[in-house]
Structure formats: C-alpha cells, structure tokens
Design a protein around this ligand. Structure first.
Ligand code: NAD
Length: 506
C-alpha cells in the first residue's frame, strides 16, 4: 500500500527490476572520464583524478578527471570563442539539437536511471521518474528556442518607435547540486542553449557521472565544439573562483545551498554578473480539517519522501489543524513505517541512503534535538545500522515551534508534525521562515486555497498536490530561497538580455 503511495511522475516504485553487477560495470564503462573542453575529452591539467562512490555501499564506482583552475579557464576560452557563432545559429537549429538530445536521453533512459541510482542512491523507479522529468526540459526548451519574442511600438508621444529585442547574455557557468543529477543539468543547459548561450557545467563532486554521460549525449546530438564544456572537480571554488573573476563570463546559474549561493552572489558582484540562484527551502505542508486526509497522507509521502527527502521542495514542516492532527499523524506514520530502506537497485527498495555520512549525522542531530525539546517519535528516529548511509523513515509528533528541525532544511526522511488552530495561525507559522521556495496546502475549499496563496510568501504552492515540479512551470523561490526562475516561459529569460533601439521617424 505504502509502496504505491511513493509515486513520482507516474512511475511506481514496485516496477523496479533487479540489476546485475555486470550490467553496472558495462554502464560505468560508457561514462566518459575526462573533462569536455572545446569538443574534446581530455585529462585534467596535472593528471589528477577523484573517485565517485556508491552511497549505498560506500564503495568506489569510477575515477574521473579532477578539473583545475587552469582547466576552467581553458573551458571559458572555448565557450567564449564559440559564443558568437552559437548566438547566430538559427533558433530552429538550436531547438532541433536540443530535441535530438531529448530523444537520445529518452532512448537511453535505463542507462541514465541506473547511473543516477549508483552515484546518488535513489531507488531506480525514482531515477526513471527523474529521467522523464529531466529530459522534458530539453524538449520544452527545444520548443521555446523559436519563441524569444521582442516588442515594437510607437512611443506614447506618437513620434518615433521603440524596438525591444532579446539577445543571449553570453557564456554561462552552470553549477549543479548532487540531489537531481540529470534534471538540474537539463534545467540549465536547455534554456542556456535555446537562448544562444554557451556554457560551462560544474557538476557536484558526489554525482558528476550523470553529467559526464549527458555531455556525451549533447555532443552526439550535434552541439558544436565549445558550446557546452564540462569541468568536473573535487574543488568547486577552484573552478568558480577564477571564472567569476574573468570578464568574459556573463552569467552564473547556481542550484545548491543558501550559504554557498550567498558566497557566489558576493563573488558575482565584482563583475556585476547576471545570476540565477535556486537555493534551499523549508516547505510547509498545511493540512486543514476539511482536507481529504487519505489524499493528504499520500501527498505528504510524495512531498516528504521523494528523493529520500533530499529535495529543495521537500516538505520540511507538517502544520496540521488540531482536530485532525492525531488521525493524520497516525496514518502518515503507518505509511512511513511500511517503507523499505535498501540499495536503489534492489526491487523491494522504497528508500535509498543519504548522500554521505556527514549528511546523515546532520539529520540525526536535528531529530535528537527535537526529541530532547519535547517531540515524540511516532516512527523511526534513528540511523539504520550496516553499510551505506541509511536513515529510518521518521515521523515526529508534538514538535515545539522553536525546535531547530522546523527552522533548518532537514534534507532527509524525517517529518516533524506540529499543529495550528486557525487559518490565520497556519499562514503566520508557514511564513515564519527565511526560506520561500515550495509550500503545500491540503483543503477542499477553493476559496481558502486562493486566500492562503495570496498571503503565503512562497514561490510555489502545491494545492492538494505533493509533487508540482514541471518543465512548463516557473520553478523558483522568494526570500533566501533565491533569485530567478527555471522552466516555463520564464526560464529562457534568465539567459537573455534586453536591448532597446530607439528609432526616429523618417
Ligand atoms: P551545495 O551548495 O553544497 O553545492 C551545490 C553546488 O555548488 C555543487 O556543485 C558544489 O560543488 C558547488 N559548490 C560548493 N561550494 C562551492 C563554492 N564555495 N563555490 C562554488 N561552488 C561551490 O549544495 P548541495 O549539497 O549539492 O545541494 C543541496 C542544496 O541544494 C540544498 O540546500 C537544496 O535545497 C538545494 N537545492 C535547491 C534547488 C532549487 O531549485 N532551489 C534544487 C535542488 C537543490
């Protein structure tokens, strides 16, 4: 019952099949291990490499080139040299290359899914869901490439004309996190290429392999040399540092934690660089007494347990109206207790490991603090002993409003439940965070939905829906959750700049 409730973009966890060690080795052998610079795969300067591990076993998967500052500059040389020709390439042609990349990623969905499971840990069915979701950014922006509209109008004075056109902003640095290895790359590469920008991708050190394989697909799809470069590295700042000081770089698009985003914004100030910042979240999940409680539990499972809770959109605080709190908590805890932690390649697994030992320690510290400040454990509450970085799916009840766990991004399979009395109080508690990314609202009352949406300070609201990410919708936050939007019609604007031409009447 609970297995089918962890659904992601229509993929059921119970559909997974077993994977042999030979299949894993065959797949790893397909992953390019070099840096992609100017259309060529090369070793890192100095020949250094770093190791990527399987978080379910702690064992090494593959060694890849460890990019240096020198390699980063070589990538920018290539991106800068390719920029003018790529900007002049017909939008239709840019779109068709993206469309081919969509087709290839979709054909090779099994490879991409397994590779993400190996390096990141999520169950295979969730990885398949991410392939569907991530690939869609390539298709969506292949279609948006030809819709980069401008304006032409007469001035209010009736004399002279105003022409407004959009141009690619220029070479962009794309820094991605480890939690959605494919989707975070496609969500940036899709609009950058559609707009006519060249790019340098710096994937997270825990999960670079998916980006490496994706870059090979882009080359195969016909992306010209220098238009997309990949510099994987064990040291992020040795890549971003020199690039952001170089005036040829025109844009940085970052997805990751708020503290790193703040540092990058400060660096970006020097060259007044265009930035997009998709940062952390602390999503409230509001359940009103008129909600369909079974649907709310199903939504809670998806909003909390998608990606083991390692999502910026993950429900982080469950705010439940007093009269239904006990029933909701019991049903939710039962569904969480029925989940099965394990390696994502095994068919019965419904929860993967956390990304590393440090992440698991942080999650457990938040649980311990909540319990010592008065929360009760409805289910879970501890690490899973043995190999890998597993944590028990956990529900905490009666969590006091000042507990650390309600203020911090948990990034793990832990659901703190707290209560509210009135709609007004629910809104006040929901807004009591420096974050403003995703929020969720369960009620049968459409008027309430509009009232709450009006007052809630979040970039995204799920109304009776636990998973709302979609390539056609603008994804992003307010407050310290970031700047800019990815996806939708807005996504491409992040990679364009506006030019106004004032035209005198003849
Ligand atoms: P992170 O900030 O540690 O790392 C993100 C990326 O930045 C990685 O590629 C990392 O190597 C790089 N990085 C780290 N330090 C850097 C530095 N000093 N200079 C330049 N680059 C640096 O985040 P993470 O742990 O990989 O990802 C989890 C975080 O990402 C969470 O806070 C989550 O909420 C957030 N996230 C946000 C969104 C969104 O769209 N808003 C989506 C996914 C994840």
């Amino acid at each position: 019952r609970s297995r089918s409730s962890v659904r992601l973009e229509g993929v059921d966890v119970s559909e997974t099949t077993a994977v042999t060690p030979e299949r894993e080795q065959e797949l790893l052998a397909k992953v390019p291990t070099g840096l992609l610079i100017n259309g060529e795969w090369r070793e890192a300067t100095g020949g250094k490499k770093f190791t990527v591990e399987d978080p379910a076993t702690g064992k090494p998967l593959l060694e890849i080139a460890d990019g240096t500052s020198e390699d980063a500059i070589a990538a920018l040389d290539a991106a800068d040299a390719a920029q003018a020709a790529w900007a002049r390439t017909a939008p239709r042609e840019r779109g068709e290359i993206l469309r081919r990349a969509f087709d290839i990623v979709t054909e090779r969905a099994d490879d991409f899914a397994l590779l993400m499971t190996l390096e990141m840990g999520k169950p295979l069915a969730e990885s398949r869901g991410e392939v569907t979701y991530g690939a869609e950014f390539l298709r969506w922006f292949s279609e948006e490439a030809v819709r980069d509209y401008g304006r032409y109008l007469t001035t209010p004075e009736g004399k002279n004309k105003i022409l407004v056109q959009r141009k690619p902003v220029g070479p962009a640095l794309l820094i991605t996190p480890w939690n959605f290895p494919l989707a975070m790359a496609t969500r940036k590469v899709g609009p950058a290429l559609a707009a006519g920008c060249t790019a340098i991708i710096k994937p997270a050190k825990f999960t670079p392999l998916t980006t490496q394989l994706f870059a090979a697909v882009l080359v195969e799809a016909g992306v010209p040399a220098g238009v997309v470069n990949v510099v994987s590295s064990s040291s992020a700042s040795s890549i971003s540092g020199p690039l952001m000081k170089d005036s040829r770089l025109r844009k940085v698009s970052f997805t990751g934690s708020t503290p790193v985003g703040q540092r990058l914004l400060a660096d970006a100030a020097q060259n007044v660089l265009r930035t997009s910042m998709e940062l952390g979240g602390n999503a409230p999940f509001l359940v009103f007494e008129d909600a369909d409680l079974d649907k709310a539990v199903e939504g809670a499972m998806a909003a909390k347990m998608r990606n083991m809770g390692e999502a910026c959109t993950a429900a982080n605080r469950f705010l439940v109206q007093e009269s239904v709190a006990e029933e909701f908590t019991q049903k939710f805890a039962a569904a969480m207790a029925a989940l099965k932690p394990g390696r994502g390649t095994e068919s019965e697994t419904t929860v993967g490991p956390l990304i590393d030992g440090g992440a698991r320690k942080d999650v457990h510290a938040l649980v311990t603090e909540a319990v010592s400040s008065g929360a009760t454990v409805a289910t879970g509450g501890d690490v899973v002993e043995g190999d890998g970085y597993f944590y028990q799916p956990t529900v905490l009840a009666n969590v006091p409003n000042d507990a650390e766990i309600l203020r911090n991004e948990i990034f793990g399979p832990v659901a703190p439940v707290t209560t509210f009395a009135t709609e007004e109080e629910a809104i006040r508690l929901a807004n009591a965070s420096e974050y403003g990314l995703a929020s969720y609202l369960y009620t049968r009352d459409y008027a309430r939905m509009f009232r709450v949406a009006e007052q809630i300070e979040f970039g995204m609201v799920g109304f009776n829906a636990g998973v709302i990410s979609n390539a056609a919708a603008p994804f992003g936050g307010v407050k310290q959750s970031g700047l800019g939007r990815e996806g939708g019609a807005e996504g491409i604007d992040e990679y364009t700049t506006v030019q106004y031409i004032g035209i005198a009447d003849p």
